[in-house]
Design a binder for this molecule. Sequence first.
Ligand SMILES: C[S@@+](CC[C@H](N)C(=O)[O-])C[C@H]1O[C@@H](n2cnc3c(N)ncnc32)[C@H](O)[C@@H]1O
Length: 247
Amino acid sequence: MAERHDQGGAQVVKVSVRGGEICIAQQPGSGNLGTSVWDASVILVHYLNDNSKQFNQRTMDGKRVLELGAGCGLAGIYCATLGADVTLTDLEPVLPILNQNARRNLGGMPESVKYKVQEYCWGNPVDALDAPYDYIIACDCVYVESLVEVLVWSLEQLAGASTTVVVCRHVHTSKLVDLSTSTLLTIPAVRASCAVRSYRSEHADLLFCKRKRNTAAPPQLAQHASEGEQPAAALHPATKSLRAEED
Ligand SMILES: C[S@@+](CC[C@H](N)C(=O)[O-])C[C@H]1O[C@@H](n2cnc3c(N)ncnc32)[C@H](O)[C@@H]1O
């Protein structure tokens, strides 16, 4: 169940899950997409909660989870409550509300609950993100076609051989963007549709992707294994030309 409330002028989204309730503050009128809770993250949390045989405190304990475009942080925060070691990322203007929500929900938990909030803009070098991860999640991040290429590029840089990439998107945007643009990630190993009747949006596609078997891990991940020389920080070509224009 997910409900939206007004609480002292601030809007709050409350999501009931097995272990209790996650309470996320949002600022829908801020003009920034990241300060609202989007339906895909609510739906992903419900999916994980409903599939607790697979996603529970035993199976997720110590798993490394990276959330891209985390916004208010709901999905990643839920993973942290299951014991995962979570890195929540977004653009700089979104970090205050992301930090606030992480502290609010995870701050009082045992020391074993680990999380950090970090700035990351898709298409930029991934070195500071300390890949590989067990899971990389992205909810409602494929809503604008022009962003898909850089997002997919970052996913390809970050996904190691055993990483599961979980993309949750609205059915109504599914036609707009297609992860088949990726030559490195599998087209969903599992494709699940999830219905949450109690919530505003009823359906989303959940894509569980893996790195294709015959593709080499990106240099920064291979380097993790070999402890070799530091490779030059990779940058998506579109990001490169934008930077050149700025200089
Ligand atoms: C529609 S919101 C979804 C937020 C959150 N995942 C949710 O489901 O509630 C899209 C998020 O992607 C972030 N975003 C957009 N472009 C980005 C980029 N180039 N790099 C990193 N994050 C980006 C936005 O700041 C925003 O938080």
